[in-house]
Design a protein around this ligand. Structure first.
Ligand SMILES: *[C@@H]1O[C@H](CO)[C@@H](O)[C@H](O)[C@H]1NC(C)=O
Ligand SMILES: *[C@@H]1O[C@H](CO)[C@@H](O)[C@H](O)[C@H]1NC(C)=O
Length: 480
């Protein structure tokens, strides 16, 4: 074969690994979803304690090269028995560095709600989302080519625990599979590749698999997205979003023919994207979409009680490696997003991008609060970098406090609500009208002063007019 996959670390360093705990995984079901540019792996782990001491954490292991693209991880615990029954509650997860582990691995620890006693078992559902994990191969394609990508993982579940029984399924978009690694018990069913079942694998078992397949979903990546959310207590929340977008799929090579594209867009530009749909909150108003050149009129807007949808169409179709930059803006009714609790006001709004399946490398969310806000605090459902700035706009005296939140590697799963709490004195609300009133007052006084000056000038002119009138009158009354 004319290409080489960088076949990283082959772990299987079973020899010198200390016994971590007496946990075993009696059953592991993994499902890898490769139907979009974002890789989603859902695992159901049945964890059993085969020792005597209660255990309160379960470790998840990832190879370093994979973990660096990890965008989102949740673990939840199913109460009650049976599939889909009972309620689930999500568990705290943190990165840990246990001693004596094989190199090039990153560990996450899931804290269990209560110690798992001798012989007890429970079921964990783990969702892990990775970005930039589908590598275009070949790296460059022409307008007429389909896009092929490569995905690598392990056919056996990589875990610090012994795995008794496991299976894996890899779901591909409904399209061509170039090639895939065959282990024992491998088969394809429609657009799915199934591995297993496998029995009795020791801790840290790892067997690389590579899947090479056609993937023409839009690889829309916002290298940077800046969202500015400005609160006005006069009834509006103004949102402005500035996108720097790239098609992060296979690079486009050769000449681009718009004619070819327009005639047969699904063949001559299969991996290109033309539209993106932004799902805005219901009752969004004054929606616009523009780029550096100006307003783009080829956007469509429709909505109902639950949502407003804006279909945006950049000025040209996006091929691999092509970039575009644009703004969307909209206003929202204040009462849908601003609330009060315990003497504080708080904004409750979504964090991420309103466009499904756009990956954001670097997201900056700025919340501009009204001038005079104080005791500001933020509550976010995941870790974000944060700091404060000041924004000075018309009629501001000291400027508006701005809370800035920054997060890298953002996926649609991050589009959750966050809150900004602050205190605000209603007197401050009168600041602007008072300034306007005092402004007018000042203007008025200036006018009077000016008029006064003018009057003294006009005194002479008035007397002049009087003199003319007198002369005229006397000419009429006493003609000589
Ligand atoms: C662009 O559209 C917005 C909203 O419809 C409008 O307020 C603005 O004046 C337009 N700008 C230009 C340059 O047409
Ligand atoms: C924020 O809004 C969401 C959706 O309306 C709601 O589920 C959530 O409870 C709200 N959070 C707070 C703190 O009010």
């Amino acid at each position: 074969m004319g290409f080489r996959f960088d076949l990283f670390i082959v772990l299987i360093a079973v020899l010198s690994v200390p016994v971590l705990s007496d946990l075993i995984l009696s059953k592991v079901d993994r499902r890898i979803d490769l139907t979009s540019q974002v890789v989603r792996i859902t695992s159901t782990l049945k964890v059993e304690n085969s020792g005597n001491d209660p255990v309160s954490e379960v470790l998840l292991a990832f190879p370093e090269h994979q973990e660096k693209n990890l965008a989102y991880l949740t673990a939840s615990f199913r109460e009650g028995k049976g599939k889909g029954k009972g309620s689930t509650s999500s568990l705290p997860v943190e990165v840990v560095h246990p001693q004596g582990m094989p190199p090039a691995l990153v560990f996450y620890s899931v804290s269990l709600p209560k110690g798992l006693g001798k012989g007890e078992s429970l079921t964990l559902d783990v969702l892990v989302v990775f970005t930039h994990s589908l590598k275009p191969f070949p790296k460059e394609i022409t307008q007429a080519d389909f896009q092929l990508v490569v995905f690598q993982d392990s056919g056996h579940y990589l875990s610090p625990y012994e795995v008794k029984f496991q299976s894996l399924s890899v779901k591909l978009p409904d399209a061509r599979i170039e090639s895939y690694t065959r282990l024992e018990n491998t088969k394809t069913v429609g657009s799915e590749i199934k591995y297993g079942p496998y029995e009795n694998h020791p801790p840290f078992s790892y067997s690389p698999i590579v899947v090479h397949f056609e993937q023409n979903q839009p690889f829309a990546v916002a290298q940077q997205l800046v969202r500015e959310i400005e609160i006005s207590h006069w009834g509006n929340v103004q949102v402005t979003e500035h996108y720097k977008l790239i098609h992060a799929g296979a690079q486009s090579k050769g000449e681009f023919s718009r004619l070819d594209y327009q005639a047969r867009p699904h063949v001559r530009g299969a991996s290109a994207f033309r539209h993106l749909v932004a799902k805005l909150p219901p009752r969004a108003h004054s929606v616009y979409f523009r780029d550096e050149i100006g307003n783009i009129s080829t956007s469509h807007l429709w909505g109902d009680l639950k949502k407003t949808e804006l279909e945006i169409e950049p000025r040209y179709p996006m091929f691999g490696g092509w970039k575009t930059s644009f703004f969307i803006g909209y206003g929202l009714p204040l009462q849908d997003f601003l609330f009060e609790s315990g003497g504080k006001r708080f904004l409750n709004i979504t964090f991420g991008c309103p466009m499904n399946e756009v990956v954001i490398d670097n997201l900056i969310v700025k919340v501009v609060l009204p001038e005079g806000s104080r005791d500001i605090s933020v509550s976010a459902p995941f870790a974000v970098k944060q700091w404060q700035e000041t924004k000075l706009s018309h009629l501001d005296v000291v400027g508006r406090p701005v809370v800035v939140l920054e997060k890298t590697n953002v996926v649609p799963e991050h589009d959750q609500h966050f809150q900004v709490y602050y205190k605000f004195n209603n007197i401050s609300l009168l600041r602007e009208p008072l300034m306007l009133i005092s402004g007018f007052f000042f203007l008025f006084v200036t006018c009077i002063v000016y008029m006064h000056v003018d009057m003294s000038i006009s005194k002479s002119s008035a007397s002049y007019v009087m003199k003319l009138l007198w002369e005229e009158a006397s000419r009429i009354l006493c003609p000589i």
